[in-house]
Design a protein around this ligand. Structure first.
Ligand code: PLP
Length: 464
């Protein structure tokens, strides 16, 4: 019995009962789930998904920031089938390799732009963003050990960052709710503030001045920890799960100046932002900074199959490879041939359809123009976009920008209206965020904005 026929044979209520009885979901309150029952998603096409009751939803979150090429791509299924029939699995430990992994590493190295003296000729593969960030911690520590500076262990991250859900990933992340469960962060990880101008900008301060001030928190932290103890700084180009926090233009250049000044490694966590999301293959290109390590996952396969990894810049790769001997680290599925074959087919689609170019070209401009017009809505305090990522903040008073109380659960109210009216939009506190597939047409963008307007109007009606 395949999954499709299971969905056909079981009623929604039966699936929900089994789901609640047996399936522990990520980031889910299971008491709530048992009462309400999960929404059962059964099929997809293009930018839409359908549930088991036949309701159609425009998926403005691309699954979970990953289905950049859209749903229903036969070429990706065919690539997986062909590879499974040829070589479904072999490991890449102990001096073996496979052709799709070699081809993908070569292709990613060619796609990653060289910036200044930094280039990316090497790739380490994992199966997720979390694993990749664990690997980053291992590689960073190994790097400084090999250079005779084992005391450099502290990695600085930011509050409200999301870097995954493993022990190291959740520790690197700055989510207080995650830290509160399980004694996190683990030692040698510390956090600074996020560059959220709407929240932390001072009266009269420009965004550019705030960007420099927020970057300065990194220098303050380096001095507090002791410059000789700091190993690396990790950050998302744009904080995604934290609510689409887009830094002012001055932020990244100042961060670059600071990491260069103290010689610490820079890790760009591009699990959300790479592969066209910001209009480039890699997001550091969009902001013009020079990372040493770049975390990727999600859209490398458009989410069709799990794959992640780290682009290892020449500064780190040279030391690990030339001085390191065997690195005692790796995953069974590092360089999984089927995942790599799907990634190659996904990159073929992105190249043929010029998805990054679309996002940084006219389609991106149209998306930005339509989304930014939401600033006129009475409930919206601010709206921002960067490529095909966008966020807005819901406010109680548009003139004074007074925020709602967390107890008002305004984001969840709005999300509920989206969900009931055919739109997947995510709520992070009082922020509503989207990251739609990069294949959106003008008509799709118009429909998306119609649905967002409708949800905002319904939320407004509930609150006043
Ligand atoms: N890093 C970032 C920036 C992410 O957004 C995520 C997931 O959303 C991760 C890491 C973790 O990736 P995964 O869920 O594949 O482990």
């Amino acid at each position: 019995m395949n999954t499709h026929s299971t969905a056909e044979q079981l009623s929604t209520r039966e699936i929900q009962a089994l789901d609640s009885a047996h399936f522990i979901h990520p980031f889910t309150d299971h008491g709530d789930l048992a009462t309400r029952g999960a929404r059962v998603i059964t099929r997809s096409d293009g930018i839409y998904i359908w549930d088991s009751e036949g309701e159609k939803l425009l998926d403005a979150m691309s699954g979970l920031w990953c289905v950049n090429a859209g749903y229903g791509r036969k070429a990706l299924a065919e690539a997986a089938y062909e590879q499974m029939m040829t070589l479904p699995f072999y490991n890449s430990f102990f001096q073996t390799t496979n052709v799709p992994a070699v081809k993908l590493a070569t292709r990613l190295a060619a796609l990653a732009p060289k910036v200044g003296d930094r280039s990316f000729e090497h790739v380490f593969f994992s199966s997720s963003g979390s694993e990749s960030n664990d690997s980053n911690v291992r590689m960073v520590r190994r790097y400084w050990d090999l250079l005779g500076q084992p005391q450099r262990k502290v990695i600085i991250s930011r509050h409200n960052a999301y870097h995954g859900s493993t022990m190291a990933g959740a520790s690197l992340g700055g989510m207080s709710g995650m830290h509160a469960q399980g004694d996190l962060p683990i030692p040698n990880i510390t956090h600074i503030g996020q560059p959220y101008f709407f929240e932390d900008g001072k009266p009269g301060e420009t965004a550019d001045a705030f960007g420099v001030r927020a970057a300065g928190w990194l220098e303050d932290k380096i001095l507090e920890v002791g410059p000789d103890k700091v190993a690396a700084f990790i950050a998302e180009p744009i904080q995604g799960a934290g609510g689409v926090i887009i830094p002012p233009a001055t932020y990244w250049p100042e961060i670059q100046r600071i990491v260069d000044k103290y010689g610490i490694l820079l890790i760009s966590d591009e699990v959300i932002c790479a592969f066209g999301r910001l209009g480039h293959w890699f997001a550091y290109e969009r902001f013009g900074y020079k990372p040493d390590l770049v975390t990727f996952a999600k859209a490398v396969t458009s989410g069709y199959i799990p794959l992640g990894g780290v682009m290892v810049g020449n500064r780190v790769a040279k030391v690990l490879i030339e001085q390191g001997g065997e690195f005692n680290h790796g995953y069974t599925y590092s360089g999984h041939p089927v995942a790599c074959a799907v990634a190659l087919a996904n990159l073929d689609i992105m190249e043929a359809e010029q998805l990054p170019q679309r996002v940084r070209g006219e389609m991106g401009d149209y998306f930005a123009k339509r989304f930014l017009a939401l600033k006129d809505h009475p409930l919206v305090g601010d709206a921002e976009t960067c490529g095909f990522v966008a966020g807005l903040v819901l406010v109680k008073n548009k003139q004074t920008k007074q925020r709602f109380n967390p107890d008002d659960a305004v984001g969840m109210i709005c999300r509920g209206h989206c969900f009931r009216n055919g739109l997947i939009m995510r709520a992070v506190g009082d922020r509503m965020i989207i990251a739609p597939p990069l294949t959106m047409t003008h008509a799709d963008i118009d429909e998306l904005l119609r649905l967002i307007h409708q949800a905002l109007d319904l939320t407004q009606a509930d609150l006043h």
